[in-house]
Design a protein around this ligand. Sequence first.
Ligand code: HH2
Length: 267
Amino acid sequence: MGVVNVTPDSFSDGGAFEDAASAVAHGRRLAAEGAGILDIGGESTRPGADPVPVEEELRRVIPVVEGLAGARISIDTMKLPVAMAAVEAGASYVNDVTAFRNEPELASFVADRGLDCCLMHMLGEPRTMQVDPRYDDVVDDVKAFLSERMEFAVGAGVPEERIQLDPGIGFGKTLEHNLELLRRLDELVAIGRPVVIGTSRKSFLGRLTGRENPADRVPGTIATCVVALDRGARIFRVHDVAPIHDALLVAAATVAPWTTRPTSSTR
Ligand code: HH2
């Protein structure tokens, strides 16, 4: 899953693809590099971010969804009107970082339109989530939350096969919480739905490596994706598709060979 942020303020690439033409070109590049899904977002969820009004989010994302028609498109939004307009423009997947808590009606919309969705764990909300996050046991708590949100979605009519689950790395989590979730990801995979993992360029990688610039955190991202693959994750939400696609192909050939085919060059 390649990230296409159409925002002025995303934590790692804010402002880089703010106009529709450069965002569309970026999305095409990520698809050519191997992304099977393009995740288009118009509202930053970085710690401390302010909410974006519906009209502004629509203005940012809809031309990009239209421009990328033909690709498999995910809309990264917590707002029903944005999801509705994006689906009208060609999106078929809803990535809601609030797991239908912000707008519960989003679940019925996903059900009615036969869409796929990702339900993510977040403690609190972006403005305050990194202020002293606490859990009894982070993996047990996230697992209980995701199971409950899945029940809610199924209750609203979303077939289980349409649901993917995400522990929400960095969303109300300390460095230790993030590492524990990665280490014990198999316990979330045991819920029985495909697990999405989003570690790409995040600040906990900077804490571990000393890399201040998010763009320098690609090797750290690769390490986490390979570990997550080994623990059973199947969808990797990343900014840097080319290097991570290669790393995952090689890792998958080792730990999950049924998912890969060798390329023609065998040197
Ligand atoms: N992380 C971000 C945004 N959306 N969605 C899912 N399912 N999982 C994630 O881990 C996730 C997500 C944050 O990354 P980014 O979009 O690059 O930054 P920002 O929120 O600042 O735009």
